[in-house]
Design a protein around this ligand. Structure first.
Ligand code: FES
Length: 174
């Protein structure tokens, strides 16, 4: 039982109890405030839609029918400070007057950039020996599935590729 030292002030035990509760409340507030950013960081990919953007990769005349050329563009998910790391690309093949196929440069195994070997008509991955046929299907090595494709369109004589996050899993793209 607390014995009041003075009529106008609470006793020492009451003060101590009040300060304990205040400290716990403040610690709880600080803890909650500090945990918000990491929680938001973890949950944000679930809540935000993957960013997609059409990128101009060149004029129609730059792509002869039947050829497969590397085109470079900025990744749709890049941040303002990403610099050169924001650049990605696709292997673009013109298959008709205004028909194209854009293969992702990222191997479906672990994402290494594949290269097109025109003489062999194969895409080769330098990392673990992944090989893809001309149509992007797996020919050999560890890749679990065919190269991803980006949507392509032709607008006013310009070829545009719809960029999206680096495709590593099934159905990341089309
Ligand atoms: S990353 Fe291409 S085979 Fe492993």
């Amino acid at each position: 039982m607390c014995k009041k030292e003075n009529e106008n002030f609470p006793c020492a035990a009451d003060r101590r109890s009040f300060l304990n509760r205040l400290s716990l409340a403040l610690a709880g507030l600080v803890g909650a405030a500090m945990s918000l950013p990491p929680i938001a960081y973890v949950l944000s990919p679930l809540l935000s839609k993957p960013r997609r953007k059409w990128r101009d990769v060149g004029g129609l005349g730059e792509f002869p029918i039947g050829e497969t050329k590397l085109v470079k563009f900025q990744d749709a998910t890049s941040t303002a400070w990403a610099g050169n790391t924001a650049m990605t690309g696709a292997w673009l093949r013109r298959i008709g007057e205004d028909q194209f196929i854009a293969f992702s440069v990222n191997c479906r195994h672990l994402g290494c950039p594949v290269r097109w070997v025109n003489d062999a008509k194969l895409f080769m991955c330098p990392c673990h020996g992944g090989v893809y046929y001309e149509d992007g299907a797996v020919a050999a090595g560890p890749p679990p599935e065919a190269l991803a494709r980006y949507p392509v369109r032709v607008v006013d004589g310009k070829v545009e590729v719809e960029t999206s996050p680096i495709p590593l899993t099934t159905n990341d793209l089309v």
